[in-house]
Ligand binder design. Structure first.
Ligand code: MEV
Length: 442
């Protein structure tokens, strides 16, 4: 082994952590210390705030924070904040927003907002007896024992919606669940749900122990395995949609509206039946979704996991968006399961998250669900629009041009030259290099 493990890394100061890393892995090269320190914020309080979001923090990792304006959503004009590192995502969102601005904009419907969690346990005994015990005794006790935990949430109109016992023994020996549904109002609710579930686990064990309905063997067989929320929220769904007359689908590539509608619908249908395409298609949707999820301080890993499970809920991975072209009307929509919060978590702490929520007019959690779904739909519209007309590289490489030029340390004057140079041409990596060489050898 080249390096030795370190004891107590978390207890070292930030500078000592860096010193150890640089001397152990980076041959003591000062340049690496400089990189890390360069990203420290001069404002000591702000720096400390960021350090305390996580553990073993040694620097900050910046992401571009951009704005996609002109989104008409349910009759309100919004400027959407997006934190994303991929070039062309914000530009694509803005382009879609503009396209739909004079066509009624985006409409959304929150279909439901139920979140789920489970106490997973094993029990080797009579299933019917367990079900009867659950119906007559346990269910009420689970509500009673969580009253303190749910008090605040209930006063805000949320709380535990229902609790059921699920027999999973056909899939796994002795396996049962207490499955609960929750309304967590404006919070994402992970801590609330997990606290309720951990109490369920304790109450379950205690009540079975106290009951005279079970044999000692049955009582001993009851083992709580774990209590945890599910990030799969198929009953927390928002629909975002756009529609217009097919004849109004005027694209600047010059494609005829009927041809555009037909190709666009074909592209969606391909993603509906072909998982290879569906993965990329949905990735494009998540470009828009995650950028807003991050900018508003929500959990993009949960959002991703949920969306992809939902996309495969019928046994085959498929598109999250759909399209119809009936009776001369083009309709395009996204059903997105998503659980987000506008209180708790980072929302009151991270200054840019506060800014994002203020910019969006301090939305409720359901309003934020709508905005995020619109961002996903807009992104997918932009991608498919390019794919069925000019191809994706034209717009993508135009936005990527500055990344290539920055790699070669281009000056502002050189950048301006390239903007003009590629005005009517598709940017390619090799052409940038060739032209840059020519320019610099002049
Ligand atoms: C790139 O990040 C996303 C796209 O590939 C999505 C798509 O193909 O639909 C452009």
């Amino acid at each position: 082994m080249k390096h030795q493990p370190i004891e107590g890394f978390s207890k070292l100061s930030k500078q000592k952590k860096i010193d150890w890393l640089v001397s152990t892995y980076l041959e003591g090269n000062q340049q690496y210390t400089d990189i890390l320190q360069q990203y420290w914020n001069d404002n000591a309080d702000l720096q400390k705030l960021h350090e305390e979001f996580s553990e073993n923090t040694i620097s900050n990792f910046y992401m571009p924070y951009g704005i996609a304006p002109n989104f008409l959503i349910d009759g309100e004009l919004k400027a959407i904040p997006m934190a994303v590192e991929e070039s062309s995502v914000v530009a694509a969102a803005s382009k879609s927003a503009k396209f739909w601005l004079d066509k009624g904009g985006f409409r959304t419907t929150v279909i439901n907002e139920k979140k789920l969690g489970h106490t997973h346990f094993t029990f080797n005994g009579e299933s019917v007896k367990l079900q009867s015990f659950f119906n007559h005794i346990l269910k009420q006790r689970l509500f009673d024992d969580t009253e303190d935990i749910t008090k605040n949430m209930r006063s805000r109109g949320g709380g535990i919606l229902d609790i059921e016992l699920v027999d999973k023994t056909a899939q796994m020996q002795d396996y049962y669940q207490i499955k609960a549904s929750f309304n967590t109002k404006d919070s994402m609710g992970a801590n609330f749900i997990n606290s309720c579930l951990e109490q369920f686990g304790k109450t379950l064990k205690k009540e079975v122990e106290l009951s005279d309905k079970f044999t000692q063997e049955e009582k001993d067989s009851l083992r709580v395995i774990m209590n945890i929320l599910s990030n799969f929220t198929p009953d927390c769904i928002v629909r975002a949609e756009v529609s217009c007359k097919i004849e109004d689908l005027i694209d600047d590539s010059g494609i005829a509206p009927e041809e555009f509608a037909w190709k666009f619908k074909q592209a969606v249908n391909i993603a509906e039946i072909e998982p290879y395409r569906a993965t990329t298609h949905n990735k494009g949707i998540m470009n828009g979704v995650d950028a807003v999820v991050i900018a508003t301080g929500n959990d993009f890993r949960a959002t991703e996991a949920c969306a992809h499970t939902y996309a495969s809920k019928d046994g085959r991975y498929t598109s999250l968006t759909h399209c119809s072209t009936d009776n001369g009307i083009f309709r395009f929509w996204l059903d997105l399961p998503i659980s987000v919060g506008v209180v708790g978590g980072l929302t009151n702490l991270h200054p840019l998250v506060k800014f994002s929520l203020a910019l969006l007019g301090k939305p409720s959690a359901t309003e934020l669900m709508s905005i995020i779904a619109v961002s996903g739909l807009a992104q997918n519209f932009a991608a498919l629009r390019s794919l069925v007309t000019t191809g994706i590289q034209k717009g993508h490489m135009k936005m990527h041009l500055f990344n290539i030029l920055n790699q070669f340390g281009a000056t502002e004057a050189e950048k301006q030259h390239f903007v003009n140079y590629f005005k009517d041409k598709t940017v390619s990596h090799h052409e940038v290099i060739a032209e840059l060489e020519k320019l610099r050898n002049k």
